[in-house]
Design a binder for this molecule. Structure first.
Ligand code: ZN
Ligand code: ZN
Length: 388
């Protein structure tokens, strides 16, 4: 089959590789029909996540058709149109039983590096380096998915592919960002980052009863989508001082709930940004411009929910603000399996609609070009989606 291969830092190519097959009785093999780029892939491309090996297939947000199942699989069958949650649960460990699927004990088969960095290993992630399981990714004709009964979900007939696809990752990640923020009806919510996850967090905040949602970014086309598709009020940080604007717009209080959908490769302005950038190049910190700002802007007693990806350590973390403003900080990789059925319902009723994220449908053979458009935000690219 053909697959998009990581070949070194900022070096991708499409190659012919062996087809995957059923290895464990709980596996399924899925023929991929659509596979999206994701912001977290950029950390792999840039070399910020260790333990990539030349030849690794990347990609983790996808849908397709089940073509084969192991003998223990009962929930999905050959021919089913499905999405697959990008973070793999086993369904049986104590974390999966608590529905904290991204904390699964059993799906990172190579946990030593994660344990060394983080104390414990999280779940394995599809197409996301040997530090997180070494599972082959989805930018390929076929993919093997373990624990299919836990991670593979049949798509309801009324939901078209271009909406279903994003229930694999962007929708549940954004929804979890809003869920962890403990949004109450009437709350004012600010979301840093207007990529796919940020926009889904904005739609989710609306679903959970937010009265006003502010969208923070620097790209006009993304801010426009946030306004038109997500009912958010756009704030461009290259044009306004975000802290001042949010203070003014909330009568001096600050937003009740702040959601970071940016992560460690934030762009920014000012001295602390340059400090982060210089130290990140020496692998000493990650850029936390957005998170710092979210913490400083959040109202006293509010909640900061962190869905952006961070890999290791950050500098100048404003712990004083967290303590003295009595903030709650919550975070996590998505527990998508917990939210899938609910999200299908929101999508079927038109309350959530991710279809506009798909700006650049491309054949898989143009994978490297798709990542170039996405990474460098060319042609208004929000998501390149490959069809193998
Ligand atoms: Zn992702
Ligand atoms: Zn588990």
């Amino acid at each position: 089959m053909r697959a998009l291969i990581w070949n070194g830092v900022n070096n991708l190519r499409v190659e012919t590789v062996p087809d995957p097959e059923i290895v464990q009785p709980h596996d399924a093999v899925v023929r991929v029909t659509m596979s999206s780029v994701c912001g977290s892939d950029l950390h792999l491309l840039g070399g910020y996540i260790p333990a990539m090996k030349p030849g690794d297939i990347i990609g983790h947000e996808f849908m397709g058709e089940v073509v084969d199942t192991g003998r223990e699989v009962t929930k999905v069958r050959r021919g089913d149109r499905v999405i697959v949650i990008s973070i793999i649960g086993c369904g049986q460990c104590e974390h999966c039983r608590r529905t904290d699927f991204s904390c699964c004990d059993n799906t990172n088969l190579k946990p030593l590096m994660a344990e060394a960095i983080w104390g414990h290993s999280p779940a394995g992630i599809i197409g996301y380096s040997h530090a997180l399981g070494g599972w082959a990714g989805s930018h390929a004709n076929f993919i093997r998915v373990p624990f299919a009964d836990v991670n593979v979900f049949k798509v309801p007939e009324e939901i078209p592919d271009e909406k279903a696809l994003f229930v694999s990752d962007a929708c549940p990640t954004g929804f979890m960002g809003a869920d962890l923020a403990s949004i109450q009806p009437g709350d004012i919510v600010a979301v840093w980052g207007c990529g796919g996850v940020g926009q889904m967090a904005m739609q989710s905040a609306r679903i959970l009863g937010a009265e006003r949602v502010f969208a923070i970014d620097r790209l006009p086309e993304r801010l426009r989508m946030a306004a038109e598709r997500c009912g958010a009020e756009p704030l461009n940080y290259e044009e306004v001082d975000i802290a001042e604007a949010l203070t003014e717009l909330t009568g001096g209080r600050g937003p009740d709930r702040c959601i970071d959908c940016v992560g460690m490769e934030a762009h920014g302005t000012g001295l602390t940004y340059l400090y982060d950038l210089a130290k990140q190049q020496a692998l000493l910190t990650e850029r936390i411009v957005a998170l710092r700002e979210a913490i400083l802007c959040c109202r006293k007693g509010g909640t900061v929910s962190v869905m952006g990806v961070y890999g290791a350590f950050v500098d100048k973390f404003p712990m004083g603000a967290v303590v003295n403003k009595a903030l709650t900080i919550r975070s996590g990789q998505q527990h998508g399996q917990r939210y899938v059925e609910r999200l299908f319902g929101h999508i079927a009723r038109g309350e959530m609609d991710p279809s506009h994220l798909l700006t650049h449908p491309l054949p898989l053979e143009q994978g490297p070009h798709g990542y170039d458009l996405f990474k460098n935000k060319k042609e208004g690219c929000l998501r390149a989606v490959f069809t193998p």
